[in-house]
Design a protein around this ligand. Sequence first.
Ligand SMILES: [Zn+2]
Length: 300
Amino acid sequence: MKATIQVDLDSLWTYRRYLNQESAKGAIDPVYSEGVEIFLDIFRRNSIKATFFVIGTDVLIPEHARVIKQIAVEGHEIANHSMRHSLNFSSLDDETIKEEIKNSHEVLERVSGQRVMGFRAPTFSINERVLNILVELGYVYDSSVLPSFIAPLALNLAHTIIGGKLRNVAGANIRFANSPLCLYRPDIKDMGKAGQGKLFELPISVVPSFRLPMHSTYVFICGRWLFDWGKRELQQRQIPLSYSFHGIDLLDINKYGLKLPLFGSIEKRKNICEYIVKRLKSECELMSTLDLVKNLERCA
Ligand SMILES: [Zn+2]
């Protein structure tokens, strides 16, 4: 079974914005000063090459740029997560979307020394307009489709519990609930369906039978059984696994005054993360997202 591990480097300011909290401009973010190194250490110990989706504006801070350089030097893929991580990315006008992708692309290539070929929309807010712009800019893949009807409902629930600006977050679109679970070439008129488009879409893995999200946030809330269940089903159906973590997953967020309910203690989260990485390493053929896309390209 082929698999890829991804880390969305969403800095603390992105969460503070959801919660209507102020963040200091230009400050060094704990995701960069602490979070990344914990992931790199786990990946080093397990000899894994992963993919980091990075927000362009963060990399304008020299200390952050050095961290991105280090990630690249260690052989991980750097991918684009937009310039400013807008709350409702796919609703921006074409010109702004293009600028968001291009500006981030330029800074990430300059800092990492890599060719950046993959994109993930902030909060999984993707549509055909974004996809066409990615094609125009020569991207190889997008990985923003979360094929689940649970995720949009969960976002509404989170808004009720947490409040803040979460109501303005576009999040995963319910129209992708029945989209393919494997790599596919999206139809340019309806990207939820396979078609003849140039770009590849690598959906974020869900538990196939109930289309339950199984990325790190859900496993922290529900427990390891969710990952075990999803992995078993994906393996039975021979679907490659695209597993997503977040930069804050291994941070003591209480230390920074960030209250995310049900997220669990730092020890619990570290144990879950180590468990998932070790299982993927010992039972799967792990590679960066770009390599996985190239590997699967032949059968898509
Ligand atoms: Zn993000």
